[in-house]
Ligand binder design. Sequence first.
Ligand SMILES: *[C@@H]1O[C@H](CO)[C@@H](O)[C@H](O)[C@H]1NC(C)=O
Ligand SMILES: *[C@@H]1O[C@H](CO)[C@@H](O)[C@H](O)[C@H]1NC(C)=O
Ligand SMILES: *[C@@H]1O[C@H](CO)[C@@H](O)[C@H](O)[C@H]1NC(C)=O
Ligand SMILES: [Zn+2]
Length: 394
Amino acid sequence: MLALTVLLLPLLSTASVHNHRSHDHSHDAAKRLPNTWYHRSDHPVNSLFKRGAATDGVTYAVVGADGWAAGYPAGPPATLDPSSMPAEWTAALNDAVARKAIPDVPVSTNANGSPVYPTGVDPNSPEVCSATFKCRIAGDIWDAPDGYVGISFDDGPTDASDTLLDFLSANNQPVTHFIIGSNMIWNPAQFTKAFNNGDDMAAHTWTHPLMTTKTNAEVVAELGWTIEIIHNSTGGRIPKFWRPPYGDSDARVTAIAREVFGLQTIIWNQDTEDWSLTNTPPGTTPQAINSSMTQWLTGSKSPGLIALEHELSEQSVASFIAAYPVMKQNNWKLASLAQLMGNNASYLNAASSTADVIGFSNILDAKGGAAASAGGSSSSAPGSASAPAGASKT
Ligand SMILES: *[C@@H]1O[C@H](CO)[C@@H](O)[C@H](O)[C@H]1NC(C)=O
Ligand SMILES: *[C@@H]1O[C@H](CO)[C@@H](O)[C@H](O)[C@H]1NC(C)=O
Ligand SMILES: *[C@@H]1O[C@H](CO)[C@@H](O)[C@H](O)[C@H]1NC(C)=O
Ligand SMILES: [Zn+2]
């Protein structure tokens, strides 16, 4: 397994992306995951998670059952120890570094919640391109297509997810959840409810750190464990998208996500600041969110809207519920963010949470290299405890 992984990964760097229609996003930073030569069993991401459909004889523990969470690391305030992650993940990282696919950007330090780079390192330079500093890496997603709201919620599953999920279900509105992996251990019922609603699951990391402050191996562990628990809790589905906590990614972190796990990075183009509603003192108010939302929803539809929203608290959920009819009244098209940006495939190996888990080759063939694409070719394929303090925000 290890040898296979190491052997296959070098192919990623030399392959080029074909058959994409032109669109807003450059593929300069996404030169991998081509659309022709993968087969299910030899996709490198596949080997990292031993994933597969139930028809392959892979079985997964029942979500929330005894033992289901036993194999995962602790959540916050613990930080991840990359030395205890599976050897395949380390090998995949080492390979990506060896083929110079991971830019040698210095790790930032966390200064009161803000990433600070060493003196002389410009966060807005093309080499670093920090999303915290609003530098947009080619291939990362910040905008929805014109006329669309791509709907997503960060930081679930939480106690407040129930209110959100009941509302979404009553309105037949699919959305994307950027999941904090360790939150699933505390709130498995909400995760399962969202998945059974047909919502799309994407990764938001395991302990919700500023990712640019993490070493390469720590970045791999944060993403890998989150993918693993989503994979093991959705019948083998592999997320196609991740969103960095606090929107903090840079050329190095984005490259690790892409090269090791085939993940595409999604940021946002408007911030509701709903995560700060429950701060002491509150960082915003329902009125302020109403006013921002009104402005965005009655303004230009080009580009489309990706608003940062959270299922962190009843208050943050309420601000979405209040804005939802206004989205419809203003004739926006509403879609799950992962469906919208993934050409109707929310996972690397499944079109959706309800469609079958299929081979990577099928997804990639049908979507024209879907994993590398930010809106390219068209598609034809088919009871919880409380979260611990500290696993929150943005
Ligand atoms: C994920 O599921 C696979 C297949 O059942 C299993 O081998 C693996 O141990 C699970 N991972 C964890 C962390 O429980
Ligand atoms: C803002 O609040 C008003 C008054 O309650 C309401 O009618 C309107 O739909 C709200 N708009 C948004 C975007 O939440
Ligand atoms: C995605 O599916 C919807 C509904 O089936 C369809 O209207 C839309 O054109 C599809 N989008 C793409 C990019 O294929
Ligand atoms: Zn977050």
